[in-house]
Design a protein around this ligand. Structure first.
Ligand code: PLP
Ligand SMILES: N[C@@H](CCOP(=O)(O)O)C(=O)O
Length: 469
């Protein structure tokens, strides 16, 4: 399998190069040159199999030619062996036809662990094989950072620098990152928003001297391997609910469009997904774009679901690439418009193609709080504010009663105890594994929203940078 850039100006690469590169050299995102497909019989053969076996089968076409079956299945087994639930991503029925897919049984209690635990192992295999070291730079609104630090801490082949927006992540999220005391882990609190952190990250990749000099690698969902790993739980959950003989819909709390794009990939692979519903909080650029055809950035507002406080939704570019018939020039034009004026308009044809698969909705803060309280009262499930955004949108959608709706539970409520307690009066307890989090010392440097200062900080501490020099 080879991968091509959404902007069409970077060379096509095999999986192992895409894994290390993160962003394409032309600023685009890598996607497979074609979508691999499974027949109905192929999916049927996976029904009832353990998560690890399904993962190996689903991921194998994406890594073909770059990793052996043994390397992939070994990494998959190691990644998911330590999850807190044997099913890895269990389903819970809330009401008839209304399901929650719990994605928070990994070490940092958010869905990011599902991809990050695998990504770290795959990267380690490739870097050891090549005898290389990389500098990972990541931007986080809370969860990607903690999952990445947990997955990569202590790895000799990697130095990891995580940028988070100062004061805009929950205390638990921040401490999950800053209390890790490992020589290869560096936390940077940036005086800005998540979008500032993400655009700084993209600028670092675009600066060839810096990115080559530090041997930069990315672990945000710009990295294709993140998306790929997330397709697996769409498959396991749909199969558990009757696929391939029955259609299933998903509602996905959405920010950077990575998680829901993984659902789109599963659909392109042949999984009978009926609707993919984008659920946003009041930072609703995606809901507005799908409703009006105009993708237009606005000021970001801090909410109780901080990991979704995003305006520029990176992976939407991957969807646009398909919606425009894989026309890289058209996508480059849209992205240039976004950079210049903070907006672009989607053509009617492309929007129609998007709406054939996707629905959308938005939940304001009052609705999120009410949903947390009502869900607890009616189902005895305590949900986090991101999951509540998903549930609120799923409940407001027009639905086919014959099609089960799965809402992705993207984080454990204990990551957001203040918001959950304010909504329903119950303070979720941190699991035993994280019970000492609030007592440990923190390690973090606060920097201005100044790309040059951040680059200088990283360059001075990057071991890969010193080796290249
Ligand atoms: C808990 C939680 N829910 C939802 C999202 C949104 O996911 P995505 O950015 O893949 O759309 C995030 C952040 O990415 C998150 O951390
Ligand atoms: N919500 C994310 C933002 C980064 O998203 P990613 O999926 O592109 O890594 C976070 O929690 O950091």
């Amino acid at each position: 399998m080879r991968y091509i850039s959404t902007r069409g100006q970077a060379p096509s690469l095999p999986f192992d190069d895409v894994l290390i590169a993160g962003l394409a050299a032309d600023g685009g995102l890598y996607v497979p040159e074609r979508w691999p497909t499974f027949s109905e019989a192929g999916f049927r053969a996976l029904v009832g199999r353990p998560y690890e076996q399904v993962a190996t089968a689903v991921l194998s076409p994406f890594v073909a030619g770059a990793l052996s079956e043994e390397e992939l299945s070994g990494a998959v087994a190691a990644a998911y062996g330590a999850f807190g639930h044997r099913a890895v991503a269990p389903l819970v029925e809330l009401d008839a036809g209304d399901w929650l897919l719990e994605l928070f049984h990994g070490p940092t209690l958010a869905f990011k662990d599902v991809a990050m635990q695998l990504l770290a192992r795959l990267m380690d295999i490739v870097l050891k094989r090549r005898g290389e070291r990389v500098t990972i730079v990541g931007a986080t609104s809370g969860d990607t950072g903690s999952a990445a630090i947990e997955a990569f801490r202590g790895l000799d082949s990697v130095d990891i620098f995580i940028l988070h927006p100062h004061g805009r992540v929950s205390e638990v999220q921040r401490r999950q990152m800053t209390t890790v005391d490992a020589p290869n882990v560096h936390n940077l609190a940036i005086e800005g928003t998540f979008d500032d952190c993400q655009s700084m990250l993209k600028a670092m990749f675009a600066d060839r001297e810096f990115s080559q000099g530090c041997h930069l690698a990315g672990v945000n969902s710009i990295n294709w391997a993140r998306i790929m790993a997330q397709t697996v739980y769409y498959v396991t959950s749909a199969l558990a609910l009757g696929a391939p003989d029955r259609r299933v819909s998903f509602t996905v709390p959405t920010g950077n469009f990575g998680d829901i794009f993984a659902g789109y990939v599963a659909k392109r692979m042949g999984l009978p997904i009926d609707r993919l519903a984008v659920a946003t909080n009041v930072n609703d650029i995606l809901h507005r774009a799908l409703t009006t055809g105009r993708y237009e950035t606005d000021k970001v507002v801090a909410t109780s679901s901080p990991s979704m406080d995003i305006q520029v939704s990176s992976n939407f570019e991957r969807l646009l690439f398909d919606a425009y018939g894989r026309d890289a020039e058209a996508v480059t034009g849209l992205m240039a418009g976004l950079a210049q004026s903070g907006a672009f308009t989607i053509t009617e044809t492309a929007l129609d193609r998007i709406l054939a698969d996707f629905s959308s909705g938005r939940a304001d803060e009052e609705t999120v709080a009410r949903t947390i309280a009502e869900t607890l009262k009616e189902t005895r499930e305590l949900v986090d504010p991101h999951t509540a955004v998903g549930l609120a949108v799923a409940r407001a959608l027009e639905r086919d009663p014959a099609v089960p709706m799965v809402t992705l539970a993207t984080a454990h409520p204990a990551k957001f105890p203040d918001a959950v307690e304010a909504a329903c009066g119950v303070r979720p307890e941190l699991p035993e594994s994280l019970s000492t989090l609030l007592d440990k010392p923190e390690h973090c440097t606060t920097l201005d929203n100044d790309p040059e200062a951040v680059k200088a900080f990283i360059a001075a501490r990057s071991r890969a940078g010193r080796e290249v020099a």
